[in-house]
Write a protein that binds this ligand. Sequence first.
Ligand code: FES
Length: 679
Amino acid sequence: MTDDALVIFTPSGKRGRVALGTSVLQAARQLGVDLDSVCGGRGICSKCQIAPGFGEFAKHGLTVAEDALSPVNAVEERYDRVRGLKPGRRLGCQACIQGDVVLDVPPESQVHKQVIRKSATERVMEMDPASRLYYVEVAEPDMHDPSSDFDRLAAALESQWQISGLEADLSVLRKVQPVLRKGGWKVTLAVSQDGYATRLIDLWPGLREAPLYGLAIDLGSTTIAGHLVALDDGRVLASSGLMNPQIRFGEDLMSRVSYVMMNPGGDAEMTRVVREGLNTLAGVLASEAGISGPEIVEVVVVCNPVMHHLLLGIDPVELGQAPFALATGQALNFAARELDLHALNPAARTYILPLIAGHVGADAAAVALSEAPELREDLSLVVDVGTNAEILLGNSTQVLACSSPTGPAFEGAQISSGQRAAPGAIERIEIDPVTKEPRFRVIGSDLWSDEPGFAEATASTGVTGICGSGIIEAVAEMRMAGILDASGLIGSAEQVGSERCQATGRTHEYVLQEADASGAARISVTQGDIRAIQLAKSALYAGARLLMDQMGVEKVDRVVLAGAFGAHISPKHAMVLGMIPDVPLAAVTSAGNAAGTGARMALCSRLARRGIERQVHHIHKVETAIEPKFQEHFVAANAIPHASDPFPELARIVTLPEVSFNANGGGAEGGGGRRRRRG
Ligand code: FES
């Protein structure tokens, strides 16, 4: 009879011999198995649950006897009675090893839970947040021991969790005495270990059962998107967004920088409003998730360099002129209160991803973190579509990045009938190439506008405008239906053969919906809208081409569309428009909001933070603003889909009508009227 036993943990497969009588939690620690615990083995947090297996395990050459673990004890019985334990589960800190055994650690009991990220390339992320909960029992004060309550609390953390060097802000020091006494010297600590310091963020009497929460913020020029994330398993509890309140100072980045140049103190004003916006968003997310603001202990922000400097209260004027010097581009880690984020825990921490260069920001770094083109052999082009497009091109040998000023058209701004993606906004459009009649779908209903029940289904929202993905489809469908020519001109009613093409001044517009007595809005695509989309898509394409030039390639293997609405962009329509280089349609995928995903990864994983901090040094930045070739590519990309680049893959699936509506009265070629019209 031996006095130790073989223990095999699944799914990790870790195994080893431990002394009989060792608790499963201790055995896990000895063998380096990832088994969670907040209460430190006191039988109250239930984080350490495991599922023992009994009987024959041929794979392991092991037979596990019924008494391989000690019988259920009083602590487990009580826990089961009060809170309930799933059948077959034991508390790892209570069950002791009495013989050879196979123990399964369910996902929810793992500290470093693996979270499968659903993206273009499904990847696994490991939970490794900077802030965690620790339950401690603190020694009571003693006349003969002059140590402070905080000293004894720090000593408890060190002796019970081997975490030393605890520091605390004044805001949390004020709470230490009342909470210790309220909890009867038993408290749960929120401790942040971000690689720089070990800080006490907050504490609660007794055992805190709820997890800690964090915010992942994608701070864009036009919109601010936020996710509220549980820091124990990475689940998103609420997502929301708002318009960046800085818009009133300028639609795009450069106009905001000029506002600062022309208005002394303008930067401080913009800093104030964006911080207010973040506080509003934090409040909305907390209330949506049913938690209180102070439970949010971490916030990760990704943004472009101008947004970055304005958020931090740094004057961005240097970013408005060559050589586009950043004040700092390093990853930053500091107290959230320095950003006036008072809607969060007063001791909450902020992490800002590193910037790549003067025009290529932390948002691009977040996309690089999320999409990791450097992990693939094939050549990926990742475009994050927003007011400023972040573009990455790379494979395992090299990754290039640039940023291109597309303007807000893709987000539905500067479009006559444009609106944010919200219920009532047109998001899908089809135009019949023969009748030139449109049908569409709006956010909030699955029905097409020509299907029965559409009017009833949209009665509450109405059909109010066109969102970003809708305008891309509208322009592409107009091109495919011969309403729009390759130069981007909308034809007249006679040229096109549809009364929906109506003259407005010297140009034409295509009317999707007429206003009516019931209050329906008039929705059309104007020549100005087409121009705005052409400028935006040319900037995007030119940026991609510039990176391809630098890499010396004529084509890419795959395209990943990212961005807040990247997931909604139809690859076919994006290609008809010439937003992206020609690739087989199946090689175009959507990654959703990749910058936001990168922010979430950095929120949930210190490893991810360290990874991107290293990776940014290997990303080669290309500055679109000073590359003469950019302008050349931009001009050539103005045509739909392109003036000179061939699109053979697109030609396989779509035949674009050869029409021309130029002002010289060319009329439609190959059909339609040939009457001369005054421009
Ligand atoms: S470690 Fe908390 S219940 Fe077992």
